[in-house]
Write a protein that binds this ligand. Structure first.
Ligand code: NAD
Length: 255
């Protein structure tokens, strides 16, 4: 029970296919006490349906594009849970029209929204959560994708947002390390989810991954969840500011 006695916040469960749900199952099985957020009431209904699979989780709404909602969330956690040991930030958004065609056609507004929700939100959450995590060997984990460093057709502005997210991981790791808080990212292979279905060509990406990744099989939410468990636990106590690939080895290929 690697996370016995630990309290974790998981942001980004939309349904059973969510990477955040894979993480939730892994950290639940490791004994963590869980706090889940949902973006809005519609998705909150889905999360409440999954609640019975968990041991009395705390559930709160939080749209990360609102500083007020993040403030309210952290106030509620301080009051109801007292502190936090780990956070898994597994959320992203870009307007659908920005996820097909050429990156060169990205509008100023689509760029702003994608970077705000998918990258800045990690900074906003980390700043407000840090006082709750101080001196508890805290761990913050976010989710990224290879499109941050290579051109993946259709991923477009989300690749630019993920590059900003990965750079934020390094700067946050340096800022929060003195308080004993680690910050890392998992770069997952392509998985069909609600969010990824907005990326044109996601089926082709999964197929190519199965054909070419060294492990020759699709990435699954359970294996991403188990790596998040490792990064949340003291087993990874010497690791911060890193991007860990959970992609069957796809990223090592040169051609
Ligand atoms: P998902 O649709 O299950 O989860 C995305 C979540 O983001 C949803 O719960 C949604 O409610 C939330 N969200 C979007 N805008 C929000 C906002 N303003 N406030 C609060 N929450 C908001 O999809 P997923 O694929 O599990 O995505 C989780 C993370 O994993 C994302 O960061 C995604 O970029 C990343 N990722 C996904 C893949 C993939 O192929 N699916 C690969 C690598 C990384």
């Amino acid at each position: 029970m690697l996370l016995e006695g630990k309290t974790g916040l998981i942001m980004g469960v939309a349904n059973k296919r969510s990477i955040a749900w894979g993480v939730t199952q892994s950290v639940r099985d490791a004994g963590a006490r869980l706090i889940l957020t949902y973006q809005n009431e519609r998705l909150g209904e889905n999360v409440r349906k999954l609640e019975s699979e968990l041991n009395n989780p705390l559930l709160y709404p939080c749209d990360v594009s609102s500083d007020d909602e993040i403030d309210q969330l952290m106030d509620a956690i301080a009051k109801d849970a007292g502190g936090l040991d780990f956070i898994v930030h597994a959320l992203a958004f870009a307007p659908r029209e920005a996820l097909s065609g050429g990156y060169v056609d990205t509008t100023r507004e689509a760029f702003r929204i994608a970077l705000d929700v998918s990258a800045y939100s990690l900074v906003a959450v980390a700043k407000r959560a840090a006082p709750l995590m101080k001196d508890r060997d805290g761990s913050i984990v976010t989710l990224t994708y290879l499109g941050s460093e290579r051109v993946v057709p259709g991923y477009n502005v989300m690749g630019v947002a993920k590059a900003a997210l990965e750079a934020s991981v390094r700067y946050l790791a340096n800022d929060l390390g003195p308080d004993g808080i680690r910050v890392n990212a998992i770069s997952a292979g392509p998985i069909k989810t609600l969010a990824s279905s907005a990326v044109s060509g996601i089926s082709g990406m999964v197929k190519m991954h199965v054909e070419r990744a060294p492990l020759r099989r699709p990435t699954e939410i359970g294996e991403v969840g188990d790596t998040a468990l490792f990064l949340a636990s003291s087993l990874s106590r010497g690791i911060t500011g890193e991007v860990v690939y959970v992609d069957g080895g796809y990223n090592v290929l040169g051609a």
